[in-house]
Design a protein around this ligand. Structure first.
Ligand code: FES
Length: 164
């Protein structure tokens, strides 16, 4: 049975299709891997130049990202990018996941409006930051527990990293 909510959602999708691809709409309106993760091996909070942020949790086993989840207070492009980024990162080695660039996210989403290109940059840099933090923490193995590694309270600013 089609409800009023279904009709409303279809109306929104119809409007979005004028600008965005079906892949984008799918990730923006039904994001994957959204929410906090208990027992993560790594957590980062990255602040974009626009003032929005992405929080990212990773579970890593033998150099492979076994799970990823995110939250954001950003726009629908950031939700779509975060959703796709976490999907692409899962089951990749840390090295493979480092190759998930903003360009790749934009291509897979079928393009982004120019004023939302930075949202893909925020998503890819958040992933890179998480991987780098995880790698640094494992070099200090024995000094930090997984729980300690998972807590990184200070938000990381995107412009502290080199944009692609
Ligand atoms: Fe701020 Fe998209 S992340 S506008």
């Amino acid at each position: 049975m089609t409800t009023g909510w279904d009709k409303f959602q279809e109306l929104i999708k119809e409007q979005m299709r004028k600008i965005y691809s079906d892949v984008y709409i799918e990730h923006a309106m039904d994001p994957r891997n959204i929410g906090r993760m208990e027992d993560a091996d790594c957590f980062v909070s990255v602040l974009g130049t626009c003032g929005d942020n992405i929080e990212l949790w990773l579970k890593v086993d033998k150099n492979v990202i076994t799970d990823a989840s995110f939250t954001t207070n950003g726009c629908s492009a950031t939700i779509a990018c975060g959703s796709l980024m976490t999907e692409l990162a899962k089951l990749k080695t840390l090295g493979e996941a480092l190759t998930i660039t903003a360009k790749k996210l934009i291509e897979e989403l079928g393009g982004l409006p120019q004023d939302h290109v930075h949202c893909a940059g925020l998503a890819s840099l958040t992933l890179k930051k998480a991987i780098v933090e995880y790698m640094n923490s494992t070099h200090n193995h024995g000094k930090k527990t997984n729980k300690e590694r998972a807590v990184s309270k200070k938000p990381f600013r995107v412009n502290e990293l080199e944009a692609e």
